[in-house]
Design a protein. Sequence first.
Length: 104
Amino acid sequence: TKCMRPAAINAYDGDLLDSVENWWETWKRFIFHKEVEIFSGDQKKSRPQLVCSLIGPILRTKYPAITPEEQAISVPLQILCLAILDCIFIHILNTVAPGWERTR
């Protein structure tokens, strides 16, 4: 089964995203409490993982310009940026086109 992040830019079909408040509760539950299984190759090696644990750090070995401190906080910053992006889309759609989910 596919598992979609509560967002306006994918095929999410779960709880209503008709307000920033509703979206935020749903989004936090998905990112921090939803367990998913990622299968690749041998399915027997798959184990449930929290969605937030699937986001890897931005490594200095790949991007030498970042500091060790930036690398250390890169996962929370990525999650924050994702939340901000999703929230902006939800806010815009609910402001200019209430009921936008019906047309999805």
